[in-house]
Design a protein around this ligand. Sequence first.
Ligand SMILES: Cc1ncc(COP(=O)(O)O)c(C=O)c1O
Length: 499
Amino acid sequence: MSEFTIPLNRDSEEPIYRQLIRQIKMQIESGSLTPGTRLPASRDLAKSLDISRISVVNAYAELRAEGYLSAHAGRGTFVSRDVHPAGGQQHTGSAETQEEFAMPDSSLRDMMRLARRPGVINFSHGSPPMEFFPMSALRSALNTVLDRDGASALTYELAEGYTPLRNTVRDYVSALGIRCSADEVLITGGAQQAIDLVMQALVGEGQTIVTTNPTYLGVIDIARTRRLHIEGIPMDDDGIRLDHLENFLVDHAARLIYVQPSFQNPTGNIMPMHRRRQLLNLAHEYGVTVVEDGTYHEFRFEGESLLPLKAIDEHHNVIHISGFTKMLLPGMRIGYIISGNHYLERLVRVKLAADISTSGLNQRAIHLMIQRGVLAQALERNNRELQRRRDAALAAAKQYFPAGTTWTVPQGGLYLWARLPRHGPGAAELYVAALQRQVSFAIGSVFFTDGCGSHRMRLNYGLQRPELIEEGFRRIGETWHSLMDTEGDYDHAEKAQVL
Ligand SMILES: Cc1ncc(COP(=O)(O)O)c(C=O)c1O
């Protein structure tokens, strides 16, 4: 392996370990590193490139998690035999364009696949726990709908959505402070499709959208697959940093700003009212539409309820999206967009082109469940249980996570957002090792638009009962200590890269 060279740009803002990952992937995909090739030991590669060993360890760990590399105890790290290079085929255009519009990082997909193995204590998915699903209420609603509407529940629905459900959404959001007419409601296939339709309707290929860093992974995925520029603006305790946002908007034309003001995924952050107002004023000043994702708005078990951006939208500049997936049943795929009439026509056209309409049967069943009070009951019961699980997670983090780990104290939502100590393994390496002990979490860097956050992890405490939260966190702490014992010489060289 003496000819193994990796060009690194030390002046780049891209962290060294991300550059390593990118370069090694490129060499595998171009065939210059062939399956079965043994890579240098992390210590040797670090020495020959004159970088810290933690960069190499983290890069190897992430490439293993993505299936590019495999490790064999005592023998070293190898290019996987079953790696399927994808990069070369899917891109066109200049090298720069290829880089910028690279397909979404596949690590979360792989991560989720691995975490789904039976027996794994899974904190990695963004789902509510299955025991929250109101199954008997669903069965009863489906039976009623089929008896009542027969085949008409199964023909093509209006692209805008089933009219009674649109009325119900109007009433539901009015209780949150959003005034709109049913004509301004478009039913979608979950909040994910709602975001995608908005991007398609408002943003052209190559144009820029702005979000927070970190942000919801699904938005990064959409931006990359739709070939949009995505700019992540740093956050503080109050959400998106407006000074950074303004600095960016002064020099760049952005089409929209995507934010989650309440219980943000992945941080659990809440944007206070004064920041909400300032954000809307700034967006208005620069002529940028704000897309508000309210997916977790109702997942509050502490603190006071704040008005959504759409409720204080004096300039008619906010598109609100949300859905009944997390609150009721993810698999029913019912979400919605609330937008002024000026965008709605375009959104309906895009919806028609995407999938003609959202399942009429599912819309009717969800409509009936809401009418029957199932949503209100579920929210009350689920939030109480989520608070219990949040408390269990906080206690277990305190007891088992290594000294120097920090984490948020969420007042709602599903996630604990933690930062591992800088002097130890990154989240990707910890993830790979923790899976051996049958526990998983989400690697923090996938939520950043620029690959930062190497020591961050997101833990969905909502997925597990308190006993398993304790056991899972115990295993994570134990894994960290065992990595420290075996790898030993993590250094302090790259503090600047650890967000
Ligand atoms: C912030 C956020 N928005 C949207 C979605 C997509 O949800 P849905 O299942 O409604 O498509 C998710 C799912 O994880 C999410 O966390």
